[in-house]
Design a protein around this ligand. Structure first.
Ligand SMILES: Nc1nc2c(ncn2[C@@H]2O[C@H](COP(=O)(O)OP(=O)(O)OP(=O)(O)O)[C@@H](O)[C@H]2O)c(=O)[nH]1
Ligand SMILES: [Mg+2]
Length: 468
């Protein structure tokens, strides 16, 4: 080796000229050891950098399931636990949603009452026969055989509560499409997201989960939230609209209470097996509390309130367990026509929470009354499990609405009348839950492209301390 006398560094590290073979070996061993230590330090630095990057990268969780399965309610629970500030900011805006939920259920009772009263009238006419009629979408076809003692009080209640219909329309206009349930769909598929054409659909704005912030129920609430930017005039207008709605509700309060507590109305609802108490956004037992000028929605009211998700809603949660890990939760619309948008969220998600409401074994989809809701959930589950893109994604299954399942079984509903394969198993809540658990597990095992762990939770996401 030629040593340049101009290079002091090379000179400094050059082996001594008079080095013996033993000294040379010792020196080379020391050099090897130094290199090993240096490489180990480099590797440690590299590993620490990767871990730091990983820590900074948010965990992305996608909530999936049919409409009314409880996705938004689950998201609200996360928000309630981990985003108290945002939760508090949105609190006042939920009031309009809760009013709408309440008014809609009153109008539903009024509609049922009107139909029963006109049937009773027509039966009184000479020569009339038993009348069969189609009830509203949530009730069954009913053959009218019961005799009810309607009085002037019922006619008065109908007239007195008439203005609630325009309050309903007002609130729906204010809240936008999220406030309306979908009654039909052009989508013939339960799983439009896994059709080969879904790859040609418009993609999300960016790989990093760019979200159109005008989507989701948040946008509906935004319309109601007092905005810093809103002009004083528009703010005054919105305040006066609001107090007009509160005035009408306050004026109807006693009659709403009378209607809901009326024994004949209760008799009609019970004969028709309407079970209005189980419907989304049921607040008829809270009229006294809700219809008051100083009403502020409670945490429980907000979790129970129903507002449909349109589009996708992103929610950021920073865990306050010390490590500051950030979570991004994505809540999608579950109506059939909205499911096509799910696919573009599959390739970048760490975990999926899939919700199936197990109380819906005897119900049909709102958007397509020919389809049983449980069948629809099975199709969704099968498709999500068999997706190749999701093969390595952790999936957690929430079998939700266990409280409603329990109520239905207590009322005497028989699972095997709706699911013949249930056979002669015991008709109690625990056996039914186990049966569904097994069915979902088998689908996961049969259709997952790779073996994956099966995480399952029985939930009642709107109930703070469920009894089952
Ligand atoms: N009783 C009961 N009601 C529930 C439960 N989970 C959700 N709900 C109610 O069911 C209704 C529908 O729940 P959402 O969370 O809005 O359903 P979603 O899956 O987000 O529906 P989309 O937005 O249409 O896709 C709401 O009124 C909830 O309060 C539950 O476990 N038990
Ligand atoms: Mg939703």
């Amino acid at each position: 080796m030629r040593i340049s006398v101009e290079d002091p560094l090379t000179l400094a590290i050059a082996p001594p000229k008079d080095e013996s073979p033993e000294e040379k070996e010792t020196r080379e061993q020391a050099e090897i050891e130094a290199r090993r230590i240096s490489e180990a330090i480099d590797e440690q630095i590299r590993q620490e950098r990767t871990a730091l990057k990983k820590k900074k990268k948010p965990v992305k969780v996608l909530l999936l399931g049919q409409s009314e399965s409880g996705k938004s309610a689950t998201l609200k629970n996360f928000q309630l636990q981990h985003s108290r500030r945002e939760w508090a900011e949105e609190r006042a805006s939920w009031r309009a949603v809760i009013y709408l939920n309440l008014v809609r259920n009153i109008v539903r009772v009024l509609d049922i009452l009107s139909r029963e009263m006109s049937l009773a009238e027509s039966e009184k006419r000479p020569g009339s026969t038993t009348v069969e009629y189609l009830s509203d979408s949530d009730d069954e076809t009913t053959t009218h055989r019961n005799v009810y003692h309607f009085s002037d009080k019922h006619r008065f209640m109908q007239r007195r509560l008439g203005p609630l219909r325009s309050i309903q329309m007002d609130l729906e206009n204010k809240l936008g499409p999220e406030s309306q349930e979908v009654r039909s769909t052009a989508s013939t598929s339960a799983t439009p997201f896994d059709s080969p054409n879904s790859q040609f659909l418009p993609k999300r704005p960016s790989r990093d989960f760019g979200i159109n912030s005008t989507n989701g129920w948040k946008s509906a609430l935004e319309k109601l939230r007092p905005s810093m930017m809103a002009s004083a005039r528009s703010q005054r207008r919105s305040d006066s609209d609001h107090s007009e709605i509160t005035d009408v509700l306050a004026g109807c309060k006693e009659t709403m209470l009378d209607l809901w507590q009326d024994p004949v109305v209760q008799q009609v609802l019970s004969h028709r097996k309407t079970n209005i108490e189980d419907s989304p956004g049921f607040f008829l037992n809270d009229i006294d509390r809700i219809v008051s000028y100083d009403y502020e929605p409670s945490d429980d009211d907000i979790v129970r309130a129903r507002l449909r998700t349109v589009g996708v809603q992103e929610h950021k949660v920073v865990m306050d367990d010390g490590n500051g890990k950030e979570w991004l939760l994505y809540d999608v619309g579950g109506t059939r026509s909205l499911r096509v948008a799910w696919a573009s969220y599959f390739d970048d998600v760490d975990a999926i929470i899939f919700l199936c409401p197990i109380s819906c074994f005897d119900e049909q989809l709102r958007e397509d009354r020919r389809i049983n809701r449980l069948e629809d959930s099975y199709l969704l589950w099968k498709s999500v499990c068999s997706s190749r893109i999701l093969a390595k994604t952790e999936i957690i299954l929430f079998l939700n609405k266990c409280d409603l399942l329990h109520n239905k079984i207590k009322r005497g509903l028989c699972i095997k009348d709706h699911i013949p394969s249930y056979g002669s198993r015991k008709n109690d809540t625990v056996t039914v839950m186990r049966y569904f658990q097994q069915h979902f597990k088998e689908i996961s095992k049969q259709y997952s492209p790779e073996q994956r762990p099966f995480f399952i939770h029985f939930t009642s996401v709107i109930v703070s301390s469920p009894t089952v």
